[in-house]
Design a protein around this ligand. Structure first.
Ligand code: BES
Ligand code: MN
Ligand code: ZN
Length: 535
């Protein structure tokens, strides 16, 4: 079968990989390595590993290994067997995917990434993955495997001078049965989504000297041309003339010119409403400004543009997957620097909406740029808003590294996103936005202050943003703890994670399909928010 080249793009897709779809018998596929999924069907302390394959030859080849005690089926576990009997493959890799009862496409995605990352350092360039028959249907399973493989193929070590190209060049997905058309488009969609997540990771990975606001805007423009999106980039003069006083107050302190990036996707036949507005924080370096950060760990603040990069990745996927809905993305790109021109604590700024802001801490800059971005998105006609931002250290205190924080002013809109989270497998936890918190950002001299004191810092930051969305349904994703991973996982490299890209792609498609979220009680929605199983 010919590898699928239809959606292969040359620039910025992170890693290239051919995809081949085979319908038939896993035992007969000649390959360097055949990966199969193993789940644990046992009781508490007694693992009972089982291979998820209806292929009798595969079962027979794995039988002796499973009879011993070295395979448990735990998530991330890999066991290699050379020259498996009765199979055309040179090697058989058993990939653990956890308990049988919790197995879903979320674990399957990880298993595919785990298999790929097992063979990557061994310079095995191609492999086959036997897709288990899941209740969710073969299409969803194939898509998850392709997504997981592309995400697994990314490594951040791009500036090592002795870097070897160890990427896996080809994956064959083997499916026992299913409709060819559905499976083919599942492969294409999986590729688009995995590549778009890697596109975001590629941008976030760059240090601030190689990812200035101008460079970020250039990358957005190049991507937009490639996939057929409208892209406008505005500089300092336009930002000032549009009276984006909150955005400019951050940008004024840097020698690097800011960029306001506006991407528009409007497919033929899209209804006039809803219009999805995506707003991303694009601080290419956050020194803190005059309220300067301690030097310990400051190098991490190159990833403070992750929210903006997220929206660029989402737009890339939307342009290629073509859901029937209008989407606008706004990225506010600037550095936050101290200088003689920088804003100072105590300054009062007037946002584009007309609201006055007393600057208490110049390090609370993300909410300032987003304030004008959210207002502008509404002005451009967005009926539903989502912002993504590495906004607060406080969200890391609250939720650690496992969950991103979600804030919502509308239960139905949150519920719709919650469905998207279940499909993407990304973990996020809903946080409160009660009116009580509003008092904490009240100012004596202006309408609001840009910080809310010591407690509940992620919430007061979200309350600040809420001032600028009025009654438009809005979601705020605080990804400060999740956009950069400090440790490797078996299925994904440490470094930029690309968190939220997959969920927002799901959300856009869901809204386009008219899937309506039902308004539910906040508590019930919160309980169910703990779904999925991480990246
Ligand atoms: N970009 C930071 C938040 C951040 C912290 C991102 C850790 C990633 C990892 C943000 O601009 C910031 O500095 N927030 C301040 C707000 C404070 C001054 C109210 C913070 O969280 O300390
Ligand atoms: Mn800051
Ligand atoms: Zn910041």
């Amino acid at each position: 079968m010919e590898p699928d080249k239809t959606t292969k793009l040359q620039i910025d897709s992170g890693v290239e990989m051919n995809t081949i779809l085979v319908q038939g018998n896993a035992a007969q596929v000649a390959t360097e390595l055949l990966a199969v999924v193993v789940v644990d069907a046992g009781e508490k302390d007694k693992p009972n590993p089982q291979v998820l394959s209806s292929d009798q030859s595969v079962q027979a080849a794995a039988k002796d290994l499973l009879a011993g005690c070295e395979v448990t089926g735990r998530v991330g576990e890999t066991t290699l067997l050379h020259r498996p009997q009765g199979l055309a493959a040179k090697r058989l890799l058993l990939v653990g995917a956890g308990k049988v009862e919790s197995f879903s496409t979320v674990e399957l995605r990880k298993a595919a990434g785990t298999a790929l990352r097992f063979l990557k350092p061994k310079s095995i360039k191609s492999f086959a993955f036997a897709v288990p028959e899941t209740s969710g249907g073969a299409g969803g399973a194939v898509r998850a495997v392709i997504e997981g493989a592309f995400v697994g193929n990314f490594d951040p070590d791009v500036y090592k001078s002795d870097r070897k190209d160890q990427r896996v060049e080809e994956i064959t997905v083997i499916v026992a049965s299913g409709d060819k058309g559905i499976l083919d488009s599942a492969v294409k969609e999986g590729r688009v989504i995995g590549e778009s997540q890697n596109f975001t990771r590629t941008l976030v990975n760059e240090p601030s000297n190689r990812m200035t606001p101008t460079i970020l805007a250039d990358r957005a423009q190049k991507m937009a041309e490639e996939v057929g999106l409208k892209c406008e980039v505005y500089g300092a003069e336009k930002i000032k003339s549009m009276k984006m006083g909150a955005f400019w107050s951050v940008a004024q302190g840097s020698d690097e010119p800011p960029a306001l990036i506006v991407l528009t996707y409007e497919p033929q036949g899209a209804p006039p409403k809803p219009v999805l507005g995506l707003v991303g924080k694009g601080i290419t370096f956050d020194s803190g400004g005059i309220s300067i950060k301690p030097s310990d760990g400051m190098e991490k603040m190159k990833y403070d543009m992750a929210g903006g990069a997220t929206m660029l990745g989402v737009m890339r996927a939307i342009a290629l997957l073509k859901p029937k809905i209008k989407v606008i993305a706004i990225v506010l790109a600037t550095e936050n620097m101290p200088s003689g021109k920088a804003q100072k604590p105590g300054d009062v700024q007037i946002a584009m909406s007309g609201k006055s802001i007393e600057i208490i801490n110049t390090d609370a800059e993300g909410r300032l740029v987003l304030a004008d971005g959210l207002h502008y998105a509404r002005q451009l006609g967005a009926t539903h808003l989502v912002d993504a931002a590495t906004l607060t250290g406080a969200i890391v205190v609250a939720l650690g590294y496992a969950n991103a924080g979600v804030f919502a002013n509308d239960d139905a809109w949150f519920e719709q996103f919650h469905q998207a989270l279940k499909r993407s497998g990304e973990k996020m936890w809903r946080m409160p936005l009660d009116p009580e918190y509003q008092e904490m950002i009240r100012s004596n001299i202006a309408d609001i202050m840009n910080t809310g004191g010591r407690w509940g810092g992620a919430i007061t930051a979200a309350m600040f943003l809420k001032e600028f969305v009025e009654d438009t349904p809005w979601l705020h994703l605080d990804i400060a703890g999740t956009a950069w991973m400090e440790d490797n996982k078996p299925w994904i490299a440490k470094g930029p994670s690309g968190i939220a890209v997959r969920s927002l792609i799901e959300l856009a498609r869901e809204v386009a399909n008219g899937a309506s979220g039902s308004a539910t009680g906040t508590q019930a929605a919160q309980n169910r928010a703990n779904s999925g199983a991480g990246l």
